[in-house]
Design a protein around this ligand. Structure first.
Ligand code: SF4
Length: 374
């Protein structure tokens, strides 16, 4: 099976990727969409059931593979809960593969008699490159996993320890696309800033310091490649964003959009979230980045109703929004994710009605300030 036949079409927005629609048998891969929302897991389970029932209506029997973060959370190196529990909740799934096993998919389909040996051997994992959005832009993964353990987040469990791809591999992939006429590249990672750093080094990096970052050098190197017109990266965090990276913003091919998650406008909440930055660090960074790139467009992620968030603490997030004026904001209502530190050690004590009201109030402030910013 060549990777080109994989038809990655979102199946009716329910978090299911349809990979191949054969004449007799339909195969589906379930994929978790939203890392921070427990509802996403519930949606996958509910829709998986519906998918099976739907196909069971006398037509054909689907072969269902559950892939992605939910599986990583129960089979990876850092488990959030027991694999048996997931199996019990998803008896309609035939096979499970975690994010690191995705390249084994052809083997798995062969093992289950769904493709022949020739098709399996046609698949070459070395030739699987980033996903293209159009004929000039490509997403390039530069690392997987995360070691930051923000209290609310499942990624360190579902995706495992942070592993950076080598510079050579990344450049080779970019050159592959340059030869085919692509010009715009988005470098992706859970936290791009820590690309190439050892476990010890990454926790010594301080927000706004003069410390050097391998990621800043990687950007400089890509910037020099002939044919590259635009470079984006996501996501960044304030806790390891240093002057080295601020300087990179002065380069002309670096995009004017920066996505940097701040999560809250209150330092006590940030501490409970196990974030290694303060609100002051964030203000300082934004001021300096805007000096380096005056037309900067800024995006962020925010959680409202985190355990223990008082009205006063929430008002600090409102103040942050009034001051910074984000162009893009993903505002989430906190919901505990099984097995994460906040679920295990903090009480989800902000009532849902209050969370919804804070979400609506913050959205309003964001929209008003965004308009004023234009
Ligand atoms: S840095 Fe991002 S991915 Fe990593 S634990 Fe924190 S929120 Fe999750």
């Amino acid at each position: 099976m060549e990777i080109q036949i994989i038809d990655s079409i979102w199946f009716d927005k329910i978090g299911v990727v349809k990979i191949f629609d054969g004449k007799q048998t339909k195969w589906y891969i379930g994929k978790s969409l939203m890392e921070k929302k427990r509802r996403a897991e519930m949606m996958i389970i509910r829709n998986g059931k519906e998918l099976k029932e739907m196909t069971d209506e006398g037509k054909s029997t689907p072969f269902i593979v559950m892939a992605g973060c939910m599986v990583g959370s129960v089979t990876g190196e850092r488990q959030r809960y027991a694999f048996e529990e997931l199996k019990k909740r998803t008896p309609w799934v035939q096979e499970y593969i975690n994010p690191h096993q995705i390249m084994n998919l052809p083997e798995l389909l062969f093992k289950n008699g769904l493709i022949n040996e020739w098709a399996m051997k046609k698949f070459d994992p070395e030739k699987v490159y980033g996903s293209q959005t159009d004929n000039k832009h490509v997403f390039i993964n530069i690392s997987t996993g995360c070691d930051n353990f923000c209290a609310f987040c499942v990624v360190p469990y579902s995706r495992g320890a942070e592993k950076s791809r080598s510079k050579e591999e990344i450049i080779r992939e970019i050159q592959h696309y340059l030869l085919r006429g692509f010009t715009d590249f988005t470098l992706c990672a859970q936290n791009v800033n820590s690309w190439g750093l050892s476990m010890v080094d990454k926790f010594e990096i301080r927000s706004g310091s003069d410390q050097k970052l391998p990621f800043a050098d990687l950007l400089r190197e890509i910037h020099e490649l002939e044919g590259v017109k635009k470079i984006d990266f996501l996501s960044s965090n304030p806790f390891d964003f240093t002057s080295d990276l601020i300087d990179v913003f002065k380069l002309p091919k670096i995009s004017n959009y920066l996505h940097m998650a701040v999560q809250s406008g209150n330092n006590d909440v940030l501490k409970r979230m196990n974030r290694r930055h303060t609100v002051e660090d964030f203000f300082n960074l934004i001021e300096r980045i805007r000096e380096a790139k005056p037309d900067l467009e800024l995006g962020t992620d925010i959680i409202v109703g985190f355990p223990g968030e008082t009205e006063e603490e929430f008002l600090d997030t409102i103040k942050l929004f009034e001051k910074v004026k984000f162009d893009v904001a993903f505002i989430s209502i906190y919901s505990p994710r099984k097995g994460t530190p906040s679920e295990k050690h903090l009480i989800d004590d902000v009532p849902l009605t209050e969370k919804k009201s804070r979400h609506a109030r913050l959205m309003k402030v964001w929209q008003e300030n965004k308009l004023r910013n234009k």
